[in-house]
Write a new protein. Structure first.
Length: 340
């Protein structure tokens, strides 16, 4: 606080006397969204409160214990004779992505590829190890244009340890939040936002479903590269059941959330809070929850607002077999059991 007071003595700030911007290290930060404007986030540290405008895409990254750095314009608030540092975030960046507390957060986005129902033609190119090295070497010519995508955290770690390059400028999780097209490695994307700013998109894990590729081709003109003859691991499906009784248990969990008007800006937080209340003894699985949510949503049994997540139960009726996503998942599980 005393340091910020000293900075204030330099005012008035303006031409040739710009107000300084501070690099603030964040870890284990409490993150909340503004109730009326959920696209804006409040970052609470021990004696500091920062406001990050239009940063909802970074909610998980900022709240999951990952070490982040922000550039912020800092000031002092005096509330009830208590001094506290406040500020406006100017930029958010992070050097690396730590392992999530629950790997199912990533796997839920991977399996989400099966929800795409596009049937149009799709295009892609395969690459082997030598061709991947060539893609990396070509990045020496430009820091723009290449996006690497991983879904498994171990894939991300292996790639970083073996092929890490100074020409990969950014590490991101869940989404690309700008249109610069800087060379980036992205973990578990939830959407195709700003994919059209890249010329090459290189998947480090196998793609699960051609409908996903078809939708991706519509979202970007980038050349899509898939790993050649990579052994697909069916292990991600071990924690997912297609059993009707299990789906029934999770539907009751969703009913509980809806009936108690529970909501959260983050789906994983909503899941954790609900499972603590409904039945702490039953071992709920986030991946199963996310799968059931997608199936029930496709069948029209539930609706939910993705901006401020709140689940609603409809009066519709259907069977699990009417869901294309459920059927694809079931086929992959059967294939996995046959390969074990």
């Amino acid at each position: 606080v005393d340091f910020i007071k000293d900075i204030d003595r330099l005012e008035p700030c303006g031409h040739n006397n710009f107000r300084p911007i501070f690099l603030v290290k964040l870890k284990n930060t409490k993150v909340t969204s503004l109730k009326k404007y959920p696209e804006h986030l409040v970052l609470n540290l021990d004696n500091m409160s920062l406001l990050a405008f239009n940063s909802k895409s970074k909610y998980y990254t900022l709240s999951s214990g990952i070490e982040n750095y922000v550039l912020a314009d800092l000031d002092i608030d005096n509330y009830k004779n208590k001094l506290k540092i406040s500020g406006i975030v100017k930029n958010i960046d992070y050097e690396d992505i730590n392992r999530p507390t629950d790997n199912n957060i990533l796997m839920a986005e991977y399996i989400n590829q099966l929800t795409y129902n596009d049937t149009d033609k799709y295009q892609f190119s395969n690459y082997n190890r030598e061709e991947l090295i060539q893609i990396l070497l070509n990045m020496n010519k430009a820091v723009f244009g290449t996006l690497f995508i991983a879904y498994d955290y171990n894939t991300y770690l292996n790639f970083k340890s073996i092929y890490d390059s100074n020409d990969i400028i950014r590490n991101r999780i869940f989404s690309i939040d700008d249109q610069t097209g800087l060379n980036t490695i992205l973990l578990a994307p939830t959407n195709f936002d700003n994919f059209n700013t890249f010329n090459r998109i290189v998947f480090l894990d196998p793609v699960l479903h051609t409908g996903f590729l078809s939708a991706l081709n519509k979202a970007t003109k980038a050349t899509i590269f898939l790993p050649h003859k990579t052994q697909f691991s069916f292990s991600i499906f071990r924690n997912v059941s297609t059993n009707r009784e299990i789906f029934g248990k999770y539907f009751r969990l969703i009913e509980y959330i809806a009936q108690n008007n529970m909501s959260d800006y983050n789906l994983y937080n909503l899941f954790i809070n609900a499972t603590k209340l409904i039945n702490p003894k039953f071992k709920y699985n986030y991946l199963q929850f996310a799968v059931c949510l997608s199936v029930f949503s496709e069948l029209g049994l539930i609706t939910y607002d993705k901006n401020n997540i709140k689940l609603n139960i409809t009066n519709n009726k259907s069977t699990l077999n009417a869901s294309s996503f459920y059927n694809r998942l079931n086929m992959l599980k059967i294939s996995g059991e046959c390969n074990e």
